[in-house]
Design a protein around this ligand. Sequence first.
Ligand code: PEP
Ligand code: MG
Length: 869
Amino acid sequence: MPQRYVYDFDEPSTGGRELLGGKGIGLAEMTQIGVPVPAGFTITTDACRAYMSNGKTLPDGVEEEIEWHLGALEKKTGKRFGDMNDPLLVSVRSGAAVSMPGMMDSILNLGLNDEAVVGLARATGNERFANDSYRRLIQMYGEVVDGIDGHRFEQALTDLKKSRGALQDVDLSAHDLAGLIDTYRAVFLEETDRDFPQDPREQLTRAVGAVFDSWDSPRAQVYRRTYDIPDELGTAVNVVQMVFGNKGDESGTGVAFTRDPSTGEPGLYGEFLANAQGEDVVSGIRTPEPLANMQQKLPAAFQQLVDTMRRLEENYRDMQDIEFTVEDNELYLLQTRSAKRTAAAAVKAAVDMVEEGLISHEDAVARIDPAQLDQLLHPMIDPTAEWEVATKGLNASPGAACGAIVLDADTAEQRGKAGESVILVSWETTPDDIHGLIKAAGILTAHGGMTSHAAVVARGMGKPCVAGCEGLSIDIDARTITVGDRTLSEGDLLTIDGGTGAVIVGEVPLVAPEVNDDLETILRWGDEHRTLKVRANADTPEDAAKAREFGAQGIGLCRTEHMFMAEERLPVVREMILADSEEGRRDALDKLLPMQQGDFEAIFEAMAGLPVTIRLLDPPLHEFLPPPEQAPDERTRRRIRQLQESNPMLGTRGCRLGLQWPEIYEMQVRAIIRAARAVDERTDEAPLVEIMHPLVGLAEELRRLRELTVRVAEEEAPEVEYLCGTMIELPRACIRADEIAEQADFFSFGTNDLTQTTLGFSRDDAEGKFLTHYLEDGVLDKNPFETLDVDGVGDLMRIAVDRGRSTKPELKLGICGEHGGDPKSVTFCHELGLDYVSCSPYRVPLARLAAAQAALAASGAVAYAAAGG
Ligand code: PEP
Ligand code: MG
């Protein structure tokens, strides 16, 4: 059978979302469950892929299939496409498998021409409506198919309104709009050297091609790169019978969520415009009204909307985001999709849906995207700080941000890339601003509602956004803004709170938020399935306390060098490093010992009997020293120079320090054992001590260091129990893990160094240099310092796990590199059979969730898990 490229909405959907795209599958499913949807058909993503690889021509047979389905549509609607009396009109709408809001194009009102517009006016008895529909077609078609700059049309519309003294589009008469059609046609002719096409079939074919082309528009490409959407997916095209929201006061159009997408609160939430077509809402040309107004204006259609949305939630068992049109009091759904929501809304909706009996605990756990949790753990304005609200807008996306004002997306991108925190301030944003939105810390717009482009995109990215801020005005020529009664220049500092809508002049201190009850509930449900333990990397008692609050089950990495950096300690540390003799070093170490012991006691106490892995000194010693030119005398200068190395990351660091100057590690082991004994005596909870040696590559290194550790511990307090283990962060350590395991009670993968040494990518420099280029050019898909390079580094880890456990089946295994807090890497660690992951305290909730999802996915308890992709 020849390949099929077109499917009717009422046919069983064989290829699913991948073939029909999100919009297509939604329309097909709604049709099939009896939700009111206009009739139509979908041209598949297969056709798009074939079109792309065919030098942008539609594959054989598609035209004929479209013809056939158009015929079926004519039968269903009782109207003919191209008819001059009562024409069938269609929209052509893009829709990829993965939602890319506003990134691709759609065209409405196809099928109108100079004659059909007269027929439509007669058939509907509404000339104004017919003319309005036709002028919209010329504009959209001109922009999308022929690439005419939209400003040309907008300018003509603005000029016309001015000359008529009209405030809104709806104030223009049928006669005005007839004139506008003439103007638009003249623009079209001037820009393309052709008349606006009068043949509806030609309109349709070129519109389908143009929507396929929009898959490759620069903004769509940027969006795909940001969200890891493969280029090969392609978009489907939906050809949908037009229903008209611009037919009069009994008609309208709107967007709605089944729950509040910012907070997750139940109840319909959205916006509505009477007597308008869909793009009026999205483009922000007219300011929409809250849905509550629709209840008064169109009560019957509103009730239909309420019933339909309840049905959609029951069918999809998830929060939906819909587009609808009311034509003469009849409701039609044009789209439904799983709603983009903030992390707070995702968590609340999931907990509520469990209570409502819509989903199970496991579904709720599987449904939250761990990467999105970062949002919930975003900074908020310090409640104890004093500040004044300069003006307020809509609380479009939660979290607070503070940064320099920038007034366009290019500047936001440039300055954001350079590491500056910037707030993008704009009348409104469009999909073309996506590159600036990505790099901004927060977004503030004067126009647009909660469903405006800026609001939707910011929520998806977890960025603070205040939208529709009426007290904001922008003078783009002067590069200044006015908020309330204050005028500020580009570059001045501004703080926004996307949770409350507050806009504040200057910088306000921010604080990290707490885990809320709903999140705690979901994490607890997840913990019931999780097998991987989650610990935190923490160097201070404050970090340790935070980590426990977030549910950490221990400390997987306490980096002792951070304790050496404190202002009052650094001179002693320098004295130790610069000493000429062992005796000199020991004198300085004697001074450091009580300080370290105090640090460890505080951390043990904060962790109250949970395991604490303390890593002995790791970095190259010159990191503690000033540059030689700042040395106080010649002797010091010489010693600093002696210690300098051209490749310090591969130099005298890690366990090499402990072997070369054993007194350093002796002091640290002594401090640990003394602290453990003191805390054990003082409190009910004996610390679970794990002493860890860094950068081991040879079994002999660890054999000697274990001997040192055991000797000192015996000298200090033979009764204190502890484990002695090693980081695995060199390829050789992975390969010889069987020998190393003979000397180790545990392994902890240091995947920062392991990535550096496996790939030969400097962890200090690569990301600012060639790695950026690799990622942009697609040489690599992912930054290996963020997400484990499973094929390379991951394979070495697998070797280490197998060989280590071949020596000691009970060998304790964990990871403490940054990857321990990356959802995809956590999934891999689960598959590898590690005992725990360890990550920064703020990522502990995320790691708990990712680990629970990995366990659920592996057990087949849920169909998908967000972390596993
Ligand atoms: C590592 O290398 O992964 C690690 C955790 O240690 P550090 O980052 O301190 O080198
Ligand atoms: Mg390391």
